[in-house]
Design a protein around this ligand. Sequence first.
Ligand code: GLC
Length: 821
Amino acid sequence: MLTSEQISPDKLHSDYAASFTLTLGRVIKIEQEAGQVIFTCDNGKLAVSKARAGAVRIRLFADAAPDEEINMKTTPAIVEGESGAGAAETELLVADIGLAYLVETDEITIEVVKEDGSLRFKDSSGRIWARNPMMAWNEKKSAIALFRATENVHYYGLGEKTGFLDKRGERYEMWNSDNFSPHVPEIEALYQSIPFLIVNEPECSYGIFLDNPGKSVFDMRTSSEAFTVQADTTGLDYYVIPGPQLKDVVMRYTALTGRIQLPPQWSIGYHQSRYSYMDQDEVMEMARTFREKEIPCDVIHLDIHYMNEYRVFTFDPARFPDPKAMIEELKTMGIRIVPIVDPGVKLDPDYRVYQEGTDSDLFCLKPDGSPFVGPVWPGPSVFPDFSDAKAREWWGDLHRFFTDMGIEGIWNDMNEPSVFNENKTIDPDTLHRYDGNPATHAEIHNLYGMLMSKATAEGMTRNLNGRRPFVLSRAGYAGIQRYAAVWTGDNRSFWEHMALAMPMVLNLGLSGVSFSGPDIGGFGHHTTGELLARWTQMGALFPFCRNHSMLETVRQEPWSFGPEVENICREYISLRYSLMPLLYSLFRESAETGMPIIRPLLLEYPEDPNVANLCDQFLLGDQILAAPVYRPDTFHRVVYLPEGNWFDYKTGEKREGGRHFMAHAPLDTLPLYVKEGAIIPRTAPALSAEFERPSELFLDIYTPENGEGAFDLYDDDGATFAYKDKAYNLYRLRVEGTEGTVKFTVHPEWTGYGEGWKRWTLTFKHLPFAGYLQDFGKEAADRDELETLAEGWHFDSAARELTVVLNQPLEDVELVVKARA
Ligand code: GLC
């Protein structure tokens, strides 16, 4: 515990008083190579190159001599490929305009001032995106770049950070840290480091991605007219990512650093975890209780106690005498096991994994050639060098141990890596092979966790015979989304941490990491029934949905607090399962475009000043708005609905947007609203996402009175990579309302998956008029009759709902609803 001694006058000093006095000086020579221009200056070099998706890359080589060769190799954050960073084939156009050079790329023109190498980034109309008037460094080779900002700027992104959505006035460090103290606003670094800042200026949005996996700092605090990015080692290597819209920035950034892989559908289901379910009997009991109580669940996690004295790739023979049989039995119940795997390998000469890694020289080494040894759960441990392809392959192959038992998902923890020593991680001078470009741990610390998850995901894929693996990771760097889902580490059962999860997960989504979520109910400390109920309501709509809690905290499975809380948990977890077609379509959209699955309102309503820092509401896709209650004993809250009309999901009440109002939210109610024009696909709730796939689809159409709506509905087998060979269905759904007529169309964009839904029930909700279906089937007299009809429709005048049944796979369909004369 800290006391006031910490702030005694002689202890106060600023680490950042270090001045950056060294600068590039004048440009003395320019050289052009394919896709890049190199400016040699008095005191170093500056490379300007074209990158993927309209971005430009700026690389500073501080102190480089004029004849020094420069290395333009990128980090593993950048997606490899032909149009990857620095790999552009075409020459860039360079013009000398007197005081500066102009370098033209597809989207951005870069102005390099001859006097001092300062930079401006413009588009073809002359609009200035970003201004970087200062780049400097010091003797320790720590380098800084300053960018101008206006007083109306807002900042987003930066991955997993505490604080609010808008990062104005904040300062953060990028250094993957296992921080078990409560996550509060002044914590500058957590487990993930995504050095990607979105700068939202009134004129346009752009992104700055600082591709430096060592320690870096983003400072939006020191000046209100500028922000700085600073890297401790290896200099500056940054990308300017153009907008003009926020969505463009996210799309382009995820083209550069990659997008999520479509996960197996079971991993989008509900996960139950605890540190730890201690033995096989307890796990089976857990599974049986879920099924008895009819609470949907797809996954039970095994925390560290399943291992034999915390040796990775082992099971404790006494606690888990027959894991294979357990896994088989669980599968018949529709439940999968996801075991934890940490990077620390117990230093034990009699242990196979330690022996193999030592014999093949796959662990991280100190400068004297001895392995780095540090304590973690198993005691003194060694650490695989995941920056080495050979070590990654070996590690990946070790996962056969799990896949042979029928395991398809792995939970990577402690991979910052966390070490119980003074540095809290691997010593900074430890050497990494880094695929042929040796680097110290200080230089590439933030890559460790991501490369572990890459090794895991690739190894699992090799061993799963065409089935998709699931990997969950605590640590990560830009690009982690390509390999793993992310949870936000050791939060606490505090209401404040429930509230914090919203901006944190929303900014992770804007930073490319769209498959993420917190420990529902809170990890440390003791939850209450009320907190669990509220957190489950919110978490049920988050991309990653896992309840997890720590040793010796009160139990927090959904039934731990009596029937009221249990019913609420069941209701909202079931809601998640009934919305699976919607969720899965959003995962596919994210895999294709990088769009987050849950979104801050500002992504969809960038012009609305009310949402620039709205942290306690979010959108699921662009159709459903959630406004969770995150305070105890609170049954009302203010909700802001953006422009347009909205319908209360539970009561159907219509509300006009563009205003705030007071929502009533008793404990069993999560305020949820659906946009007019929305098309919500759902099924009956299943208990298991993979093993019970409903054949009937419901489409709830929130009929627009005068307007339109659209949704891309996606489906495939949810389990294999067959979708990559076109075994999927994609339907473009569209609804259009004009006075007295509503038109709904289905256009099958692709139908390559034969096992799709067999029966479709469409409901035009909130019809603005008494309607009938033109030219279609037979009219049912009542709803019951409709259920038995092969095809038919029914108008419920009280609810103003018109229901239509289609008993066939969907083909091109056009339905027109007319007002009765
Ligand atoms: C770390 C993880 C936590 C896990 C625990 C034991 O604290 O963040 O989720 O339960 O280690 O493995």
